[in-house]
Design a protein around this ligand. Structure first.
Ligand SMILES: [Ca+2]
Length: 296
């Protein structure tokens, strides 16, 4: 009888271990988990950066000095939408994330042309996001959540040229979007420049971005991660690249896009393997115990 209880206890222990590990991964993804990252250092095509077109195409795409150049200035036809392949999505149960990137607009980019970050992207008519742009002398920020726009024009001390669509081409900035359960806040160079709230927002869909017609932009240090703090780089305490520092060479870069879909798949496989091994071990133990009991 004593042995039966210990086998039962062991089974319950194994089962709770399996369920615990599954719930742990799917309901409680830690803040700072990177779901996409690229410094574009080892890329020579959009596919290398896990990017695909979803609408339109940019005639001049190239990688220079470890940065992605998207020169859409000759395109007067339609805005170009890009997204990730494999798709980048939030892990289940996560509704807080940060997108951070470095951008430089090219000379002669048209007035009010810009790069826009999209999230909860279902298609070109159905997504949320934010764009930061200059309109003549005015720097504006739009925040789009669940189809409703908030347009910010009074952004205080900012000079349009500093944010560079027309006058400020060639100036590199670090932008960041922080989404926290329906509240979106936009930062440029660490300064808050706009925000929007929509409590009805559903945290579903993919991540991507849009390059406006007549816009040329250089992208670097692109990262999407869970939570509103800092990203956690696996196996290292330091960031792989000091964002904002101009690059001369790309030797120091570790440019490996981390698509969410692959990560989630790997996690799932690991769980299934662990669960399988645990179940087999449990059955073997039960059989051995059973044999011992019958031989006694
Ligand atoms: Ca780079």
């Amino acid at each position: 009888m004593k042995k039966r209880i210990s086998v039962f206890t062991l089974s319950v222990f194994l089962l709770s271990l399996i369920l615990g590990s599954m719930l742990g991964v799917y309901a409680d993804t830690p803040d700072g988990t990177i779901i996409y990252q690229s410094n574009f250092g080892e890329c020579s095509s959009l596919a290398d950066a896990n990017l695909i077109y979803d609408q339109g195409e940019i005639s001049d795409v190239r990688f220079e000095n470890g940065k992605l150049v998207l020169d859409n200035r000759d395109n007067t036809d339609q805005d170009v939408f890009l997204k990730f392949d494999p798709a980048v999505k939030l892990p289940d149960g996560v509704d807080r994330f940060t997108i951070s990137w470095e951008h430089t607009y090219l000379e002669d980019t048209g007035s009010s042309r810009y790069l826009a970050m999209n999230f909860f992207y279902r298609d070109t008519d159905n997504y949320s996001g934010s764009w930061l742009r200059c309109e003549s002398n005015l720097f504006t920020c739009d925040v789009k959540l669940d189809g409703s726009f908030t347009h910010y024009e009074d952004l205080g001390e900012f000079e349009a040229a500093d944010f560079g669509v027309t006058g400020g081409a060639g100036v590199t900035h670090n932008s960041k979007l922080v989404y926290d359960k329906g509240t979106l806040t936009a930062y440029v160079d660490g300064i808050k420049i706009g925000s929007g709230i929509n409590e009805n927002e559903v945290a579903e869909g993919e991540f991507g971005f849009m390059v406006k017609v007549e816009c040329g932009v250089v992208l670097d240090n692109f990262i999407i991660y869970t939570g509103t703090g800092d990203p956690v780089y696996p196996g290292t305490e330091t960031e792989p690249e000091d964002s904002g520092t101009p690059e001369t060479a790309d030797n120091s870069e570790s440019s490996v896009p981390v698509p969410a879909a692959t990560k989630t798949g790997d996690d799932l496989s690991t769980i299934l393997i662990i669960a399988g091994v645990a179940i087999i071990a449990g059955v073997v133990i039960l059989k051995i115990r059973g044999k011992k009991n019958t031989t006694k």
